[in-house]
Structures are given as C-alpha cells and as structure tokens.
Ligand binder design. Structure first.
Ligand code: XMP
Length: 510
C-alpha cells in the first residue's frame, strides 16, 4: 500500500499533518523520530517522508534528531518548521535563534516559481510559529519563499528531492496549505491517491483481530460517538470477547438509556451490560450543590460502579477506550506539550487489573471517527450526536439534584432539541440544550399566580468548543420551544435564552 512516513519530532500539529495527507487519499503513518532506521524506511516502501515541527532548537544537546542517512535514500523529504530547520542542520546549513523577534501567526508568503508552489499565488497568507530560523542555506538548496521576517520561509534541493517549509501548510490559516501538500504528495512523491477510509477501517479490524485473539476485552460505553464507534470496531475485531459496560447514572437525556441499550444490544448484537445505577448516584448527590463536588462525586462513583461490574467478569486482559486524537493532545499524553488537562469523567479506572489498553481511535479526529461510524453502519442519529458531558444533566441542573428536577429538565431539554432539530442540519447550532436554573419567578396561569422554576436555553456555534458563539437561532424556534416548555412541563413558568459566548462564559453552566 502506498504510504507516507511522518516522522514525529513532538509538534502540536503532527496528527493534523497526517489527517491532511489522508484527506488527499494517501495513507500516512506517524512514527516517533527515533523509532525507524533508514533500512526499515526503504523496506517499508514509503513514497515520501515528512519531518514534523517540534518545540526544540536543533543545537540543544538533547534535541530530537534523526539519522542524516534518511536524506540520502532518494525518497522525497518535506521538513515542516522544526523539521525544516533539522533538514537544514543535517544538510550542513545553519539555524539561528531570533529570540526577540519570534514570528507567530499569519504572515505574507512570497513564493518563487517552483513545483512545490504550483497553483499557489505569488503572495499568500501562511501560518508561522517559530523563534529559530534557517540562517545559512545548505549547499545544493535554493530559497523558494520568504516572508518579511523570515529570509528562508522555504527552500528546496531538487536534485536530492529535499524540501523545507518554515510555515505550517497543515493548518487552515495557510491559504494554499493543502495545495502545497498536494504538490509534495503527487508530482513530487508520485503518489496516486487511491487510499480510502474503508481500507483504514478494515486494517484496524485486522490489526485488532490479531492483537486481541483469545483475550477478554472490556469497554466503558457511554453512548457518545467515540465510545460507540470504538465498541463497534472492537466488536468486529473481538466479537463475543468484547463486553461493554454502560453505566446509566440516571443523568442522561430523555430516553437515552433505552436508546443506547436497544442500539447496541438488540440492533448491533454487542455484548452489553447496562448497569441501572440511577438511585445510587442520586443518593450520593443528595444535598450537594457545589458544581465541582458534583462532578467529583459522579466521576468517583462511575469508577466504583464500573469496577464492581468488571470484577464480576473475571480476568480482563484488555481495557479498551474510545480515546481520540484531541483527547491525547489535550491531556498531554502524546509527545506534544500539555495544553490542558482532560476533563472527561473518571478517566482510566486504574483499580481494574488489566494487561493492555486498546485505543483504536487514538490517531483520528472527530469527523474521521464519525465517518468510520457511518461506514460501520451506525445510525446517523448516533453518529451525529452533539457532545454530552460525562457528568450529564448533573451540570445542567443548577444546585442540588433531585429525581424530579432531572425529570423536569429531561422533558424541557427534549422539547428544545426537538424544535431545533426541525431546522435544516447545516442551520443547527453545534450544541443546544436546556438548563434547569435554581431561580424561581412569578407567573400567571389562567387567573392564578404561579411561582415556578426557570429554564434557560443554551445553543452555541463553534469549531472546537474551546471558544464558542451563542447561536442566533430564529425567534420562531425560541418562541415555539418556550411556549411548549411552559405548557407541557409542569412547574416551569419562565424560559430565558442564554446570550453569552465563550469566553467569558463556558458552554455548560456548571
Ligand atoms: P465547557 O463547559 O468547558 O465545555 O465550555 C466545552 C465542551 O465540553 C463539554 N464538557 C464535557 N465533556 N466531560 C466531557 O466529556 C466533561 O466533564 C465535560 N464538561 C463539559 C461541553 O458539553 C462542551 O461540549
């Protein structure tokens, strides 16, 4: 199979590079920079090699470096950012530090005529993120692009098919980034672009069938997209040896517990244990109003329930997880620097003894996971679900949680989602839900005074959930949702719409 090797030097965007290559229907494999020898590269038949970015300076004593012989294999190499500087360094060039003038953000890229820039405007925007820069061009190379602050934004040695770009072609801010990668992959490396996601799915299944043969596998299934797709992939690979535990903590959306159970056990034939732990969670949460305490209680209780169920199954060899690439980055588990600690409930239940971890989605982005879900026959309804926090409705019932409050919120939330779902799919916000506030207000119903609870509706549009805009959903949708909620949900006398963006507000209220 035609493939590209991505040598990982610890940059933030490494998976993004792989994804951009995969989007052009060429398979890309990421390996740590020290894990492969030049001989093995030849043996594996890579059509091209990409050196990624990374946080180091090439002259640091422990800077990550690969063997110089890789540049002499005759296989085209593209160095990106740190990878570009390393390529210069290994080829006998010079790299300097511009400590007082780091280039960070968008810059105007001025390119020369060159096959790497075929179809790229002479001036375009690129994304820069560096302090060091190539100050001495190695013999055999010519500079093929510049920015105002960077005398060598790209260089090439056409005879040896070595290319280096200081900017990041993989990020969307680089206007012609995809075109530049395309020029590297096709005319330069000679790829044909016949790789499909279907191949990847069957490879994962084959790989895990081999790895998991004769082993008992356990997965915590939440019903979210990631764990659902992981469950299905592993079901194909391990069959009856896979057991999924679905902890129903009673804080799910209306009808969700039954939906997950029906989908996985009845429709897909997955070995599923549904633990009805609703009462147990409610008891633990009784009287607790502090948001962080509520989250903690749920996280701990989740692990306890999971552990108790797992113990009943006897020896488990493999613990599977639906970790996807952004989780790896966010929790700093990869080679990259830590961005923020991951806020998923529970995390790995370390109390359960197991020999291995299986994370079949570890290299994939959310939309790729969704595509795999569709390929595996998961219903679109499940694949396109909005994100749902691990602690569930506990962070959307403000203050103390009771069974009645949860039920009230489930009803109001179902109505709001139903009304928004009437909008065309591309007009829908990325996340929309109801919150049961702890405010009560006066109302009038018939001739009588009421003093009921207040529901807040929240809808946001976002690319990555790190920042989000409140959604301008049509007044008619809000009107219908408001009138249905006050009419159909007992105890609600007022509905408000949350018009705060993130930052300063978060998406969830707690
Ligand atoms: P915030 O409220 O931090 O939410 O702006 C950003 C996104 O993360 C979701 N969220 C969670 N997801 N476990 C999760 O898996 C959690 O504990 C959690 N808290 C928030 C939230 O729904 C939004 O999509």
């Amino acid at each position: 199979m035609e493939k590209i090797l991505i040598l990982d030097f610890g940059g933030q965007y490494n998976q993004l590079i792989a994804r951009r290559v995969r989007e052009q229907h060429v398979y890309a494999e990421i390996l740590p920079y020290h894990s492969i020898t030049p001989d093995k590269i030849v043996e594996a038949g890579y059509k091209g090699i990409i050196f990624t970015g990374g946080p180091n300076s090439v002259y640091e004593p422990d800077a990550p470096r690969c063997e110089e012989a890789i540049l002499r294999l005759g296989i085209p190499v593209l160095g990106i950012c740190y990878g570009a500087q390393l390529l210069a360094y290994l080829s006998g060039g010079h790299v300097s530090s511009a400590k007082n003038s780091s280039e960070y953000g968008k810059a105007v890229l001025k390119t020369e005529r060159h096959p790497l820039f075929e179809g790229v405007s002479d001036e375009s925007l690129c994304w820069m993120s560096h302090t060091d820069y190539i100050s001495g061009i190695p013999a055999g190379f010519e500079v093929i692009a510049r920015t105002e602050n960077c005398p060598c934004a790209a260089m090439a040695d056409d005879a040896r098919r070595l290319y280096a770009v200081q900017f990041h072609p993989e990020v969307t801010h680089t206007e012609f980034g995809n075109r530049i990668l395309n020029n590297f992959l096709f005319p330069i490396c000679g790829c044909s672009g016949d790789w499909m996601m279907e191949n990847y799915v069957s490879e994962i299944i084959t790989e895990y069938s081999r790895k998991l043969r004769g082993k008992k596998v356990l997965l915590a299934l939440s019903g979210g997209v990631d764990s659902s797709v992981a469950a299905l992939l592993l079901h194909r690979a391990a069959g009856a040896n896979l057991t999924c535990i679905f902890v129903d903590h009673g804080l799910l959306r209306k009808g969700e517990g039954d939906f997950v159970e029906n989908t996985f056990r009845r429709e897909l034939g997955v070995n599923l244990i549904r633990v009805n732990a609703q009462e147990r969670f409610l008891k633990k949460l009784a009287g607790v109003a502090d948001p962080e305490t509520k989250r903690k209680i749920i996280g701990e209780e989740f692990i306890r329930v999971f552990e108790e169920e797992a113990k009943k199954l006897g020896k488990i060899e493999v613990l599977a997880q639906g970790t996807i690439y952004p989780d790896v980055i966010e929790s700093g588990k990869g080679d990259s620097a830590v961005i923020k600690s991951h806020h998923n409930v529970g995390g790995l239940p370390s109390v359960i003894a197991f020999d291995e971890i299986a994370e079949p989605l570890r290299n994939l982005f959310k939309d790729e996971v969704r595509r795999i879900g569709i390929l595996l026959g998961l219903r679109r309804e499940l694949v396109n679900r909005q994100p749902f926090p691990g602690p569930g409705l506990a962070v959307r019932v403000i203050g103390e949680i009771t069974k009645e409050k949860v039920r009230t919120l489930q009803e109001a939330d179902a109505i709001f989602r139903e009304e928004v779902d009437r909008c065309a799919p591309d007009a829908r916000p990325d996340q929309y839900f109801a919150v049961l506030t702890d405010t009560r207000s006066v109302g009038v119903m018939g001739d009588a005074r009421t003093y009921g609870a207040m529901i807040a509706l929240r809808a946001v549009s976002t690319d990555d959930f790190m920042t989000a805009q409140w959604s301008r959903i049509p007044y008619e949708v809000l009107e219908k949702a408001s009138s249905r909620i006050t009419n159909e949900v007992p105890g609600i006398s007022r509905v408000v719409y949350d018009i705060s963006s993130k930052p300063p507000a978060t998406v969830e209220w707690e």
